[in-house]
Design a protein around this ligand. Structure first.
Ligand code: NAD
Length: 368
């Protein structure tokens, strides 16, 4: 009997989302042919596009498509057109946050990779990033200061008083630490926990629980760094990190810093994972309204999000490897979109870059 098709929800969204998604789909088509995959791609509206068509950033039918799928390939949402809406109706808040909640996506994986050929794209001095780097930030996504209660502003005789609460329970730390250790097993086998154990109770609990999780992974080295020092080391010597594990707030900041030193947002994918193999995969950047509709966006972040999806939700690391190797080959051979082109270097558009990477995936099949 034929294997059932693997259903993927495709939520292209707004701005450059549909442009880079089209390129990623071409790469996916090539991979499907080469590897003989049985896939079904179900498109659904999200973000501003969904507000315009259905009056909600995350319509019920979109949630249903996601529920039917093994994974969600997400583009990006938001843009100036919807910025005047009340905050709770804005596309990012009304689409992405509920999706994370509905599917219990508690671990955010943000690889930050600088290819040796692109060291000139990094804002860091070349000697600090010579040879490039490849690190992975694993951020806890559903706990800590952003969600802890009490969270309120009250009037006082002298003015106002605002409080946010950083709170973590053992299980929340355990499950995201597991993700970090499992990821490290396929990398350079080192997890670094960034915390503030010198001042925060929650950080002491993080250290205790992460040490316990480490006992189950004796092949992975574990070390600790204060989050402020991690911020410094990311700009001094990013290559010293392999997997950088963080609670929500530190991860929010350090993952953006890691992305910045890697050069272009157009190159960086991300994954949000929950229990089981379900995940949501999206570029680290947003809808880039400044370049939307011009056909110049870099599709590589979306294409590498596709690779992550094959690896983490579909259990097909060989497909992920083929896609990553096609991307690396295109970079080595000088293919550049505007965001990663050096001064005077020729650049191609979104469609051409996507087609070149798809061609390389297809030709890898011929070599097998
Ligand atoms: P942004 O990430 O969209 O853009 C920042 C800069 O990076 C821009 O100059 C943009 O041109 C560039 N950039 C991003 N992706 C690129 C790519 N693939 N190729 C080339 N250049 C690229 O951030 P922003 O300008 O702060 O936000 C724009 C909109 O996106 C806002 O409405 C924001 O709410 C939304 N946003 C959505 C998400 C998401 O969907 N997950 C994430 C962040 C921001």
């Amino acid at each position: 009997m034929a294997e059932p098709k693997k259903i993927i929800a495709v939520l292209a969204g707004d701005g450059i989302g549909p442009e880079v998604m089209k390129a990623a789909r071409e790469v996916a088509d090539a991979a499907e042919k080469v590897f003989g995959l049985q896939m079904e791609w179900r498109e659904a509206l999200v973000g501003g596009a969904a507000i315009d068509a259905r009056g909600s950033a995350l319509p019920e039918e979109t949630i249903e498509v996601c529920r039917s799928a093994k994974a969600v390939l997400f583009g990006s949402v938001g843009g100036p057109k919807w910025e005047s809406l009340p905050p709770q109706e804005q596309p990012e808040r009304a689409a992405l946050l509920p999706l994370r909640k509905i599917f219990g996506l508690y671990a955010n994986l943000r690889p930050a990779v600088l290819y040796p050929e692109l060291v000139g794209c990094s804002p860091l001095r070349v000697e600090r990033v010579v040879g490039g780097f490849d690190l992975l930030v694993v951020r806890e996504l559903t706990g800590g200061l952003y969600f802890g209660k009490p969270k309120e502003t009250t009037k006082t005789p002298k003015g106002e008083r605002a409080v946010d609460t950083m709170v973590y329970e053992t299980y929340e730390i355990e499950r995201v630490a597991e993700v970090a250790f499992r990821a490290a097993a396929f990398r350079k086998k080192r997890v670094t926990l960034a915390d503030k154990a010198n001042v925060l109770e929650t950080s002491l609990l993080w250290r205790k629980v992460v040490k316990q999780v480490a006992l189950k992974h004796p092949q992975i080295a574990l070390d600790f760094i204060y989050a402020d020092n991690a911020a410094m080391q990311l700009v001094r010597e990013p290559s010293r990190f392999d997997v950088l594990l963080c609670e929500n707030l530190f991860g929010d900041m350090l993952s953006d810093e890691a992305a910045a030193v890697a050069g272009s947002l157009g190159m960086l994918p991300s994954a949000s994972l929950g229990e089981g193999s379900f995940g949501l995969y999206e570029p680290a950047g947003g809808s880039a309204p400044d370049i939307a509709g011009k056909g110049v966006a870099n599709p590589i972040a979306q294409i590498l999000s596709l690779a992550l999806m094959f690896e983490m939700s579909l259990g097909q690391p060989e497909v992920a490897r083929a896609i990553r190797s096609a991307v690396a080959g295109a970079i080595t051979d000088g293919w550049r979109t505007g965001d990663i082109a050096a001064k005077g270097e020729k650049s191609v558009g979104t469609g051409e870059m996507g087609k070149e990477i798809a061609r390389r995936v297809a030709s890898q099949g011929k070599k097998v």
